[in-house]
Design a protein around this ligand. Structure first.
Ligand code: ADP
Length: 430
């Protein structure tokens, strides 16, 4: 047979009733024992008084023992000197049917024995025992009923929480669990679960936005490729037109590839699956190598690109990941700085004690209202302008991830119309 665990309500009730039954039983037994001891002590005291009175009469006027017996009523007694019985009340010795308690006073010459009926005492004790025997089940019964009712009332919020939670789906993550009293345990539980729901909702919304933005960005180059293809097909066959069409299609394929690579990087970053291989990296060397790899882009725009290393600065980080972040920052600087501008990459020890790489450009700068958001995924200040330059708004979010994964942060200083400085701050190797 399989044991089915009873509900919390039933368990609470049973525990409550069980403990109460135990307490009441112990209490009743204690009361019975104390009352019994007290009643017998009183009876023994009365027998003691009887014995003293009999002894007195025996010593002063032994012939008056019969009168004394009459006065004493229910107390029966016997006075004996050795084997000779001097006086004995009628019905002595007490027969086995009546329960009596006896007491004896004796010395070498004589012996006085007295007995009192204890039936009344026994009846009192018996009545008390019956009252308890009937009272305990009643008390336990009341405890079960009352306990079940109370447990039901106390646990009612759990039912309400469960009912509300059952209705919550991915589509209704804005719904919240009822909090009847925020200060009690269930209220606190519901509040904690509500906070969790709020975080889940936030994460879901972010995921939804990300998917929607990603789909939108993926569709744009696909649509472009399609129209280029359709136009090329509709025109009369001509090698030059085909070449042009294939050329622009390849451009769109490049764009798609970059986008998919960026999306993959972010998805891996989100799932924490990018293993960090830390080593001591010479930041000056890294900055020089990144600048060299992008120099051709700057030269195309006739920009001045210079690298300055104030001192030899090492940092403890993953060079490949940090490089990706720096490439994105420098690429942006080249992309958004107009032809003939200047870009400077400076490596220095940061005033806070860490190491810093600064990328400063003479571009359009970033308006204050956008500064908090440009690191968000798919966020672009001017999407029309970005489309021409090839960005979809993922570069800075990848750069931020790359720097933060290495335990650093990105700071931004910018003045509209004059240029921007993106500063990577890392902890320096001691
Ligand atoms: P994108 O792929 O569009 O470049 P990013 O995430 O790299 O996306 O940048 C987000 C937005 O921040 C860009 O659309 C651009 O408007 C702005 N931005 C980034 N770097 C610079 C910069 N050096 N100067 C001016 N604007 C910049």
């Amino acid at each position: 047979m399989r044991f089915v665990a009873p509900s919390v309500r039933a368990r609470l009730t049973l525990w409550h009733a069980g403990v109460l039954a135990l307490v009441v039983c112990v209490f009743s037994a204690g009361v019975l024992l104390i009352v019994r001891a007290r009643l017998y002590r009183e009876l023994d005291q009365q027998i003691g008084h009887d014995l003293a009175a009999i002894e007195k009469v025996y010593r002063e006027e032994a012939g008056d023992l019969g009168k004394l017996a009459l006065r004493m009523g229910s107390t029966r007694f016997e006075v004996a000197e050795g084997e000779t019985v001097l006086y004995r009340t009628p019905g002595w010795p007490p027969s086995g049917t009546t329960s009596v308690r006896t007491g004896t006073l004796a010395d070498a010459s004589h012996r006085v024995t007295a007995a009192r009926d204890e039936t009344a005492l026994r009846e009192t004790l018996w009545t008390l025992a019956v009252i308890f025997a009937m009272g305990v089940p009643c008390a336990v019964g009341l405890a079960i009923g009352g306990g079940y009712f109370l447990a039901g009332r106390v646990l009612a919020p759990v039912g309400a929480i469960a009912e509300a939670a059952r209705k919550i789906t991915a589509e209704s993550l804005t719904a919240r669990l009822p909090v009847q009293n925020p200060r009690d345990e269930f209220g606190r539980l519901a509040s904690v679960m509500n906070d969790t729901l709020a975080r889940l909702h936030e994460a879901f919304e972010e995921l939804r936005r990300f998917t929607a933005d990603a789909s939108h960005e993926l569709r744009t180059p696909l649509t472009a490729m399609r129209s280029v293809g359709e136009v090329a097909l509709a025109r009369s066959p001509n090698e030059k037109a085909y070449r042009e069409a294939i050329g622009s299609m390849l451009e769109e394929v490049d764009r798609l590839t970059r986008l998919v690579e960026n999306l993959l990087t972010l998805t891996r970053a989100d799932s924490g699956r990018v293993p960090l291989v830390r080593e001591v990296v010479d930041l000056g060397g890294l900055a020089a190598s990144v600048s060299e790899s992008l120099r051709v882009l700057a030269e195309e725009k006739e920009q001045i690109l210079e690298v300055a290393t104030a001192a030899h600065v090492d940092a403890d980080c993953d060079p490949a990941i940090l490089r990706q972040g720096l490439v994105n920052l420098l690429h942006n600087a080249i992309k958004y700085t107009p032809t003939g501008g200047a870009i400077r990459v400076v490596v220095r020890a940061a005033p806070s004690g860490g190491a810093a790489i600064e990328v400063t450009d003479t571009g359009p700068g970033i308006p204050a209202m956008h500064r908090d958001r440009i690191f968000d995924r798919f966020y672009r200040i001017d999407s029309g302008r970005s489309r021409d330059t090839g960005g979809v708004g993922l570069g800075l979010s990848i750069a931020r991830w790359a720097v933060e994964a290495n335990g650093g942060r990105i700071e931004l200083e910018s003045e509209e119309g004059k240029g921007s400085t993106f500063r990577i701050v890392l902890s320096q190797v001691p």
